[in-house]
Design a protein around this ligand. Structure first.
Ligand code: FES
Length: 131
């Protein structure tokens, strides 16, 4: 399978994330979790643990392709240890750069991860405002 992914244009790091399921799973008692469905019909659910504005834990579950899983792994990796404000500035380009490139046809899957994360943070902020 790794050869197939390589042929499809996935980087070594993306393949590693996908096969090792890096940051895939649930966080028990998360500070926030949110599920978002993209245009392709795939869904990503993000779990964040946030302590004093710092993201101390980040995991996700998804129905989706290798593009979604590798992008989700990368994004969780990037945001861990960052403040909410810093994490909000992470772009699709940052995710793609961290992975060392993404096949052209998988850019939308990166967008799914980014959007799911954005919505999760938004929910966290909205809930905090209203409590
Ligand atoms: Fe749906 Fe990649 S095609 S996440």
């Amino acid at each position: 399978m790794n050869e197939l992914l390589k042929k499809s244009g996935f980087s070594q790091r993306a393949i590693e994330y996908y096969t090792k399921k890096t940051n895939v799973g649930k966080i028990e008692n998360p500070s926030v979790s949110f599920s978002y469905t993209g245009h392709c019909g795939d869904t990503m659910k993000i779990y964040l643990k946030i302590d004093s504005d710092i993201i101390t834990g980040a995991k996700f579950e998804a129905t989706g392709c290798a593009g979604a899983f590798s992008a989700g792994s990368a994004l969780m990796e990037i945001v861990k240890g960052r403040s909410i404000m810093e994490a909000e500035k992470i772009s699709e380009e940052n995710i793609i750069g961290h992975l060392g490139g993404v096949p052209e046809t998988k850019i939308d899957c990166v967008y799914l991860a980014k959007r799911s994360f954005e919505e999760t943070l938004k929910l966290f902020k909205d809930t905090r405002l209203n409590s």
